[in-house]
Design a protein around this ligand. Structure first.
Ligand SMILES: [Zn+2]
Length: 435
């Protein structure tokens, strides 16, 4: 007789994303003991549990992994839309950030981000921003898993105005406070090859290698970046990062919209993962990353929303939907990518990209990062095919969320962050700040 579990989830429809199992299964039970999945199988062999949930009309799956975002930028949602990317960044976003971004901004923006992410089924995020120790406090409290990338950039940044090394100080503070935390992971995050010189890229790569930290960077987002790199350095951004030692780190490259076949070969040979951000690439007019080609060549690909200023949401179901359609439209091929491939990208491969070995799919011994989607919604009925739900789920149908076995969303309500208090805080903040 097996030991008593804390929770037994009975699921009508389940996608465990376990490569050893069928993609879709019916009538399975999942037991959670502590923070871990202790049983997956038919009801006959299931252990007794303190609590049981019997889902009749739900889809149970692993929590989604948003592998590239900028959490506090929820506060810049809709702030500056429909302008060319270079102007958007240089004339709107960077100046606004210089004026507004503070520890308070980062804390408030991250609370809104954590709410939005969990309520639409995301359990892990990979962030890149400023004042990361403040963001870490919020994310710790939210119960989410968070890879938090302290930014490095070769001009005055909101948390490094004098360019006197405060970026390193903040990263060291983050490591000191959260370096051995089970859910919060410090990350080294130089902004991009076009905003960081060789010295910054090289030094940050060496730092990541020395401290065994993830290295997260925007790469080859635009045609402009690609051309400028070839003119200035005589090589592509990917080749330059290889030359500077970045491939010796565990790294994630966001975007990679404009890469050569040789760049793809370099990335395929390394554990470096590309993070596909289809909605941001579309909204900023950057183009369509060649994800089909990358997958065929063996590049590891995760999925991200990017920040709310360029998306404008953190909804990973929407991202799977758009991500599939962007590949189909750019290749004029309805079979360019499948719903199953998008689900793998948003879960198992996202976890692999971030170096998480104990989550990303549901199996005995893995952490209990689980979500349920209520299928009793008019936009989801009838259900003919479970993976195809990525084309119709809007995000709000996510009913329950567990992270490390702890429930953070129950009946569409967040248990770890008080939503009303956050909206009140936002209203007061907007009264005080002019934006
Ligand atoms: Zn980004």
């Amino acid at each position: 007789m097996s030991a008593k579990a804390d929770l037994l989830i009975k699921a009508k429809n389940i996608t465990t994303l376990d490569p050893a199992r069928d993609f879709v299964e019916k009538d399975l039970c999942i037991a959670i003991t502590g923070d871990t999945i202790s049983y997956i199988g038919k009801a006959d062999g299931a252990p007794d549990a303190t609590n049981t949930i019997d889902y009749k009309d739900h889809w149970v799956m692993p929590g989604l992994i948003n592998a590239h975002t900028h959490l506090p930028m929820t506060l810049l949602r809709g702030f500056s839309d429909d302008v060319p990317l270079k102007d958007w960044l240089e004339k709107h976003i960077f100046p606004a950030e210089g004026r507004l971004v503070s520890p308070e901004f980062c804390r408030l923006g991250s609370k809104i981000a954590a709410l939005e992410a969990m309520l639409s089924g995301t359990t892990t995020v990979c962030d890149m921003y400023y004042f990361e120790p403040d963001i870490a406090d919020v994310m710790d409290q939210s119960g989410m898993k968070a890879f938090l990338g302290q930014s490095f950039i070769d001009f005055p940044a909101p948390d490094n105005k004098k360019q006197d090394g405060n970026d390193y100080k903040l990263l060291e503070e983050l490591i000191e406070r959260y370096g051995s935390h089970s859910r919060i992971h410090p990350v080294v995050a130089p902004h991009a090859p076009y905003t960081c010189g060789d010295e910054t890229l090289k030094a940050t790569a060496a730092f990541a290698k020395k401290h065994n930290l993830l290295y997260s960077i925007h790469v080859s987002e635009t045609d402009f970046e690609m051309k400028q790199s070839q003119e200035q350095y005589g090589m592509t951004p990917v080749a330059r990062l290889q030359k500077l030692g970045v491939f010796e780190t565990r790294s994630v490259f966001a975007h990679c919209v404009h890469v050569t076949d040789d760049d793809i070969k370099i990335m395929a040979k390394s554990p470096t993962a590309v993070i596909y951000n289809p909605e941001s690439n579309m909204k900023l007019g950057s183009g369509a990353a060649r994800i089909r080609k990358m997958l065929d060549e063996g590049v590891l690909v995760g999925l991200g929303t990017d920040g709310c200023a360029s998306n404008n949401d953190l909804n990973m179901f929407g991202e799977m939907n758009t991500g599939a359609k962007l590949q189909k439209v750019s290749l004029a091929d309805n079979a360019a990518i499948t719903a199953k491939e998008m689900l793998i990208m948003a879960t198992r491969d996202g976890a692999k990209a971030l170096g998480l070995q104990d989550t990303g799919y549901l199996a005995v011994g893995k952490k209990a990062d689980i979500i349920s989607v209520n299928l009793r919604h008019s936009n989801l009925q009838p259900v003919h095919d479970i993976p195809s739900l990525i084309y119709s789920v809007q995000g709000h149908e996510v009913q329950d969320v567990w992270i490390d076995g702890k429930q953070t969303v129950k009946d569409h309500k967040c248990l770890t962050i008080d939503q009303d208090a956050v909206f009140d805080e936002l209203a007061h903040y907007r009264e005080r700040m002019d934006f």
